[in-house]
Design a binder for this molecule. Structure first.
Ligand code: M6R
Length: 365
């Protein structure tokens, strides 16, 4: 049930510390720096020999895939592609047993993702599932896979499953990467960071009223831009999708480096930007994007990390998330964006758990 929450979406956002624990339970050997994923065991010889991984999915699960690419590139030798499942089917791809096709799906019933897996199998690729619903069609039709163990997600807007998918993508990549270039120390430090993550998620949730207050201000705008770089470009896409689907407020997402190539012409005092910053090599570039936006009178709400002492001078509003391992940082940056969309929708009075025109699982093309 709702456990006293007014909407399933909010309940599921608050489930997330537990969602992280459930995704990790029994799956970490911290002292050896390795992940233990029983569902991949039977195919481990094939998985170790993969040269290429193609991630296929839709919607929020596609955004998880985009972040997954960075995770696999950081931890493994695999060449990684990410493709919308609805487009994958129409490409001319040479697939064989050295290619793995990883389907990410909450429901395990999304028709395009299922069709992509069927096509990949026909062409001889190894198919892998990352699915929440146990016994679902994609779970049954893939050669091997991992479950989220996140329990049911009722809200049409996917929240806790995105977080679960990101955690498990890290575990999958670590499992493979420990046969390749990941050292013991690197493995241990990722797993230790995962152990700290639930408390860091709780820390953000305990400050939800700050996001509520920001949403009260920003929900009056009809258009928004979300920007970030690398993994945070995908988080920007997820933040924009959440806002669109439940509050019906128009939002676009861009990798921040694209601003000068077009979108900056949209900016004026009525077109705010939600800028996502991380403590990485892209930080200075993000800061100059923010300055360019402010120079054109665009309001800027920054989501940044604890310890960032520069950004506050350059933005109108700011929310800080704790710092974690680089590969886990997108998880923490996502949480305030989920809350932001939720509170904007509440101020706009929309049907949060069942937005118009949308179904929880898309089983027709
Ligand atoms: O069940 P799946 O993960 O395959 O679903 C994919 C998308 O339909 C889903 O993520 C959709 O975009 C959500 N409404 C996003 O909140």
């Amino acid at each position: 049930g709702l456990n006293g929450f007014p909407h399933f979406m909010l309940k599921e956002i608050y489930d997330q510390p537990e969602t992280v624990r459930n995704a990790c339970r029994g799956r970490m050997n911290v002292s050896e720096g390795v992940a233990v994923l029983g569902g991949l065991q039977s195919k481990m010889d094939e998985i170790k020999n993969l040269r290429k991984l193609i991630i296929v999915s839709c919607g929020t699960s596609y955004h998880a895939g985009l972040i997954g690419r960075y995770i696999f590139e950081a931890l493994t030798d695999l060449n990684v592609e990410v493709e919308l499942a609805s487009e994958f089917r129409y490409r001319k791809l040479r697939l064989d047993e050295t290619t793995g096709v990883l389907a990410i799906s909450q429901s395990g019933e999304t028709i395009d993702t299922l069709a992509a897996i069927r096509e990949a199998r026909r062409k001889g690729a190894l198919t892998i599932g990352l699915v929440n619903v146990v016994g679902s069609t994609i779970a049954r039709e893939t050669d091997c896979g991992v479950y989220c163990h996140a329990g049911p997600e009722i809200g049409v807007a996917s929240t806790k499953i995105f977080v679960s998918q990101l955690v498990i993508l890290n575990l999958m990549a670590l499992l493979i990467g420990r046969y390749q270039m990941v050292s013991l120390n690197e493995g241990v430090s990722l797993l230790k960071a995962l152990n700290r993550l639930p408390d860091q998620v709780s820390d953000i949730l305990a400050r939800a009223s700050q996001i509520d207050e920001l949403a009260r201000i920003y929900q009056k705008f009809d258009n928004n831009l979300f920007i970030g770089r690398q993994t945070h470009a995908a988080v920007a896409m997820e933040g924009a999708l959440k806002l669109k689907e439940i509050s019906y407020i128009h939002a676009e997402a861009y990798a921040a480096g694209e601003m000068k190539h077009g979108p900056i012409s949209l900016i004026d005092e009525n077109f705010p930007t939600i800028a996502l910053l991380a403590n990485d090599a892209s930080y200075d570039k993000m800061l100059s994007n923010i300055q360019e936006i402010r120079a054109r009178s665009g309001p800027v709400l920054a989501i940044t990390y604890e310890g960032d002492d520069q950004c506050a001078r350059h933005c109108d509003d700011l929310f800080r998330v704790p710092q974690t391992h680089d590969l886990l940082q997108p998880i923490l940056t996502t949480i305030p964006l989920q809350l932001f969309a939720y509170y904007c929708a509440r101020y706009r009075g929309t049907e949060i758990d069942k937005p118009r025109n949308l179904a929880k699982s898309v089983t027709v093309e």
